[in-house]
Design a binder for this molecule. Structure first.
Ligand code: I3P
Length: 128
């Protein structure tokens, strides 16, 4: 479409199903609650959707679907962790506001791709 490179329409960089739990809010520890989440990386944000069965890669657009929450990646940190979960393939995402999430997949290659992509977005924002 003619608008596909409009700066007001950030490019969808990645979308997929991950297991997610929030473990801290504003630096305060939360009780874990793992759930499958449809995760969309678009522009500087990671956007989480509930009900992954009803989501498709094209349904991230505002109006098509209701995000559960959204994370600003500017100043965020990602870090692999073996200590914060009994699950394998877990990395932690911490935002500047002190929100912390664990993201996990049973598929090694898939979670590595997510880590690398998010990491590169954070690096790009750090250099701006
Ligand atoms: C938690 C649940 C989580 C587990 C967590 C448990 O119990 O089993 O899946 O995290 O471990 O406390 P509950 O359902 O009673 O809240 P992992 O799967 O990531 O290990 P934790 O307390 O050691 O973090």
């Amino acid at each position: 479409s003619p608008d596909s490179n409009d700066s007001s329409t950030p490019e969808l960089e990645k979308a997929g199903l991950l297991n997610k739990t929030k473990i801290a809010e504003g630096g305060r520890k939360l009780r874990k609650n793992w759930n499958p989440s449809w995760v969309v990386l678009v522009g500087n944000s990671l956007v989480f959707f509930k009900d992954p069965k009803s989501q498709t890669p094209s349904s991230w657009k505002p109006g098509n679907s209701h995000p559960e929450s959204s994370v600003d990646l500017r100043g965020a940190v990602v870090q692999w962790t073996n200590d914060l979960s009994s699950k394998k393939n877990v990395f932690k995402l911490r935002t500047v506001t002190g929100n912390e999430f664990l993201l996990q997949s049973e598929t090694d290659s898939l979670i590595r791709e997510w880590f690398n992509t998010i990491h590169s977005v954070i690096d790009r924002l750090d250099r701006e």
